[in-house]
Design a protein around this ligand. Structure first.
Ligand code: SF4
Length: 330
């Protein structure tokens, strides 16, 4: 499964998936029916019927499409549904294509609702990567849109990717830094999706004709670890790494770093890189809550710590301790 990190005390999320809702084209890697398992867009009436059954406030989420491209009246219908049917105190989170909030009609509408977070799909800010992915966003438009949203005081999050056609580790880190400048001192939720090749996507055709080489698992872990380390140091709050694992997803993956524990392994890699950056040879003292990052998935973290320091798992485990103190881990 991907890593899903919910901040303590955050409101429970209730997601509704609106596959391809509002999308004007198809990004080469995207298959919403595979990612979300949803074939149809639920109507506002259906959403309302679910919300009326709730026993307390929720963060009502609209994912799986480009929410702000639905058109003014449809956007309003979904948002009104939350106000009229969800328990008082509920808030709204949605994912959308960047650039659309620059439309003052959309902005004026959205800001009248209790918004928990607007998640912008920003797989990359590199124009050549965006073009290869058939994304129509101009990086400058994305950054202007972000500025408008921040100026309105609306909470933002970003959904980013690694391993895209034409993308490099360096370009993805440069993207993070540009977004960080736009973010300023705010903390933004971050979802990171290492690129998978899914059945019936253009990316799968690109894989077959040789114009795209999927990212191998070990490279995705390393790239992801560096990326997440950089993101947290810049004040981003990673709330998810990797797609939600499901039997459907597993049956449709044609290439790329598919692993049920990808999120956990990237998170381990990030921690281990941080430890070895500040103290290349150890000893290392780590909060006990991180023990599974060393012991999980066949002691993945311990093995990576040994690899990165050029020694053995036994040697690194002797230099590793946890607080509060715990016994030996191998
Ligand atoms: S990635 Fe987002 S914008 Fe692109 S096709 Fe999928 S849902 Fe639509």
């Amino acid at each position: 499964m991907g890593l899903n990190i919910s901040p303590v005390g955050s409101m429970k999320k209730l997601p509704f998936f609106l596959p391809f809702g509002g999308c004007r084209g198809r990004c080469v890697y995207c298959s919403q029916s595979t990612i979300t398992g949803a074939a149809d867009i639920p109507s506002p009436e259906y959403v309302s019927s679910v919300l009326r059954e709730l026993d307390g406030p929720r963060e009502v989420c609209f994912f799986g499409g480009s929410f702000c491209r639905f058109g003014h009246s449809t956007i309003k219908e979904y948002l009104d549904t939350v106000i009229n049917s969800a328990p008082s105190g509920s808030r709204i989170r949605f994912s959308t294509y960047p650039g659309d909030m620059s439309d003052p009609h959309v902005m004026d509408l959205i800001k009248t609702y209790p918004i928990a977070c607007i998640e912008l799909g920003i797989p990359s800010l590199d124009p050549s990567v965006l073009s290869l992915c058939k994304r129509d966003a101009d990086p400058q438009v994305i950054l202007e849109d972000i500025k408008n949203i921040v100026d309105e005081g609306l909470p933002l999050g970003v959904q980013m990717m690694i391993g895209l056609p034409g993308q490099t580790k360096e370009s993805s880190i440069a993207d993070l830094k540009k977004l960080s400048e736009a973010k300023g001192p705010l903390s933004w939720d971050l979802r990171l999706y290492p690129c998978l090749v899914l059945e019936s996507t253009e990316l799968d055709n690109m894989r077959i004709n040789g114009s795209y080489t999927p990212l191998p698992l070990n490279q995705a872990i390393e790239w992801g670890g560096v990326f997440i380390g950089c993101a947290t140091s810049l004040g981003f709050n990673p709330i998810r790494i990797g797609l939600q694992e499901s039997e459907l997803l597993a049956s449709k993956v044609k290439g790329g770093p598919h692993h049920p524990a990808l999120g956990e392994m990237i998170s381990s890699e990030s921690l281990i890189r941080k430890l070895t950056k500040y103290n290349p040879r150890g000893p290392w003292i780590v909060p006990e809550e991180h023990i599974s990052k060393f012991t999980g998935h066949g002691c993945f973290g311990l093995r990576r710590l040994a690899e990165l320091t050029g020694t053995t798992t036994t040697a690194v485990s002797e230099k590793l301790s946890f607080f509060p103190p715990t016994g030996k881990i191998i």
